[in-house]
Design a protein around this ligand. Structure first.
Ligand code: SF4
Length: 398
């Protein structure tokens, strides 16, 4: 007897315009889900696209086959030799895809190598303390990715016997996995025909089709996903997906695309590639001032690790303070945080008692504590104070 369970299906694909709730046997979930997703996409598309544009595909079947062949051939001879491309191990693919979210490949390379040495399997990652996982992630930013990866490892070990299941819905249900990530992981690791749509792919598709409408609307996203899906071949979908992303990274770059070197230039309709993709929102970075206090007692500095902190929860940081001045801060540094242009100001403060989530740490402990990038930069200055090489501190400390 099959397992009874309920499943929400829709465009994303777990939830959509119809929000249909099913109670069905496990063996029927995948085919029924695919059928409903198709219906859901079709009707959702009709609801938000102008009638004359609905369903229009920029390329014929013959052109699609030629684009697939050209990109696959180009990828095999021009792709960068990146460490995660030397394996199809689902764990390694999973780790690399999570690291590559919002981070460039060149930055990820050393982190990936260190991570795979320190946590070579799902089990090793699941059994590691969160603090060690965050320390290994230190500097990559967007720490929710590390926490999700750690939780995903626990789920893979707890529910799937330490092996990533080759199942779209089971992978999609893991923490931190969305439509892009499940497509990348399942196409690369398991050869499943699934599309991907990240910033590079959006740029390539918008230019190939000379798509001049803003790409950051739900209607445009729906259309781009449909194009990506139509382009994805049955054979070698993982290589094809990577070829689209690689083309966007190396050739069809944001500024100055190298069209003369492009393997699909004969199919490209872009009239002014540099102006594409168009966007509705140009988000201006908002200023953010972060005031922290540096409190030192007998060669130790006060730090805090609040699991409910508004920024960087679970990471060690210098305590925030609202009391600023008098005069100038002891040290100031600029940092970037999501959509903010931040400035961190550090104020030297007299000794006080440690509060909730706070503790005194030595220079050695400070060096090994997982900290977000701006606090880590500040820590390297504070270490100078702890070993007595810093500026004169006689005044603030009793
Ligand atoms: S021809 Fe130029 S604009 Fe078109 S896809 Fe290639 S690099 Fe991009």
């Amino acid at each position: 007897m099959g397992v009874q369970r309920s499943l929400m299906l829709g465009r994303n694909p777990a939830r959509g315009a119809f929000g249909i709730k099913l109670a069905c046997r496990e063996e029927f979930i995948a085919p029924v889900a695919r059928l409903l997703l198709k219906m859901d996409d079709r009707f959702a598309g009709l609801a938000i696209m102008p009638e004359k544009e609905e369903g229009r595909m920029p390329w014929s079947a013959r052109q699609i086959a030629a684009i697939q062949a050209a990109l696959l051939q180009w990828f095999r001879s021009h792709a960068r030799d990146l460490p995660w491309r030397r394996t199809r191990d689902p764990y390694a693919v999973f780790v690399s895809e999570v690291m590559l979210q919002q981070t460039q490949a060149a930055t990820v390379v050393p982190y990936f190598g260190r991570w795979m040495k320190r946590f070579p399997t799902w089990q090793a990652l699941a059994e590691a303390p969160l603090e060690g996982v965050l320390k290994a992630w230190e500097g990559l930013g967007y720490y929710h990715r590390a926490r999700n990866l750690h939780r995903a490892a626990k789920e893979v070990c707890g529910k799937h016997g330490g092996k990533l299941p080759a199942d779209y819905y089971k992978v999609l249900s893991l923490p931190g996995v969305g439509r892009y990530t499940v497509g990348a992981i399942c196409s690369i690791a398991f050869g499943m025909r699934l599309p991907v749509l990240d910033g590079n792919v959006v740029r390539v598709l918008a230019r190939l089709a000379n798509f001049r409408a803003p790409v950051d609307t739900s209607a445009a996203q729906k259309r781009l996903w449909a194009w990506a899906e139509a382009l994805t071949p049955e054979r070698h979908p993982g290589d094809f997906n990577q070829s689209l992303m690689e083309l966007g990274a190396l050739v069809c770059a944001r500024s100055k695309p190298a069209c003369l070197l492009c393997p699909v230039r004969t199919f490209c309709r872009a009239e002014d590639p540099g102006s594409l993709p168009a966007k509705v929102r140009r988000v201006a970075l908002a200023p953010l001032i972060e005031d922290v206090e540096i409190v030192i007692r007998r060669g130790r500095v006060l730090v805090c690790c609040d699991p409910a902190a508004p920024r960087w929860p679970g990471l060690w940081q210098f305590p925030r303070t609202r009391a600023t001045g008098p005069g100038e801060p002891w040290h100031s540094l600029a940092f970037a945080f999501t959509r903010f242009r931040g400035q961190m100001r550090a104020w030297l403060r007299p000794v006080r008692r440690a509060g909730a989530h706070e503790r005194w740490v030595s220079a050695r402990e400070l060096a090994t504590a997982p900290m977000p990038a701006p606090h880590r930069k500040l820590a390297s200055r504070v270490e100078g104070l702890l070993v007595g090489r810093g500026p004169d501190l006689a005044r603030p400390f009793a």
